[in-house]
Write a protein that binds this ligand. Structure first.
Ligand code: ADP
Ligand code: ADP
Length: 226
């Protein structure tokens, strides 16, 4: 029941130049179905690089990424995109919702792109929005929502296609502490109910402590953290 397996990931930027930076030096990770793992790292340690490689948005110099037992190594863009759309949800510090569409539409659209019927997509979207307490905001555009509401909608969008893996980069980093706490709780409820696995980068050690385990990215490798 390993949903995401990273093995021996290495990544160097600007190789062979004076500015060369070895960001990953053999990072390993096994994420099991249903677990939420915190990723803590100092700024610049390579957590965005790691999350992008794990989500098949970027490729490592060496090492492998397996999602749901399927190895993405050496696969072409079409296969990687198909794997990403089916199996991976992303959440960022800023919501990246489409500004001209309503909250509901933002959660419906990725499903339509995956071939779900309009009716089923709307039903799933309303269910997700309801679970995080923003069903009454479904017809509002992002600009009309608070920061916490925007992030809740972004979580729903990330989970719209029932991914196996959720990758989150500082999902509450843009919110004030009180809101951050509530929004994080909503995210954890969604993760628990859906049985997916989540890798959540955060600087907030209180939030990290509420996950199943904590990993530190330091010196280009992942280690258990306390
Ligand atoms: P984090 O998300 O932990 O802050 P990043 O993965 O964004 O770290 O970056 C890790 C290191 O790699 C930083 O030193 C950053 O400047 C460098 N870096 C990231 N992306 C690139 C890139 N495309 N080209 C060159 N250097 C990069
Ligand atoms: P779409 O189905 O909208 O074409 P993609 O298949 O390109 O989306 O991407 C799937 C996921 O990857 C989306 O959640 C999107 O937010 C994220 N994503 C795509 N490209 C990038 C990128 N360059 N940087 C960060 N996230 C990205």
């Amino acid at each position: 029941d390993v949903t995401l397996r990273l093995s021996g990931l290495k990544k160097t930027y600007l190789k062979g130049t004076p500015a060369e930076v070895q960001v990953l030096r053999g990072a390993d990770l096994e994420l099991r179905a249903g677990e939420a793992v915190a990723l803590v790292a100092p700024s610049g340690a390579g957590k965005s690089t790691l999350l992008h490689i794990a989500g098949l948005l970027d490729t490592p110099d060496s090492g492998t990424v397996e999602i749901g037992g399927q190895d993405a190594t050496g696969k072409g863009d079409r296969t990687r995109t198909a794997m990403r759309r089916r199996d991976v949800g992303f959440v960022y510090q800023f919501h990246h919702l489409l500004p001209e569409f309503t909250a509901l539409e933002n959660v419906v659209l990725p499903q339509l792109a995956n071939g779900v019927s309009d009716r089923a997509a709307k039903a799933r979207a309303m269910d997700l929005l309801g679970r995080v307490g923003v069903a009454d905001r479904a017809d509002h555009r992002p600009a009309a929502l608070s920061g916490g509401e925007q992030q809740r909608v972004a979580f729903c969008r990330a989970l719209a296609n029932e991914p196996r893996v959720l990758l989150a980069d500082e999902p509450t980093g843009n919110l004030d502490p009180g809101t951050s706490d509530q929004v994080f709780a909503a995210l954890m409820d969604l993760v628990r109910e859906s049985g997916l696995s989540a890798l959540i980068a955060t600087h907030n050690l209180d939030l990290a402590a509420r996950m199943d385990r904590m990993l530190r990215l330091d010196g280009g490798v992942l280690r258990p953290a306390e």
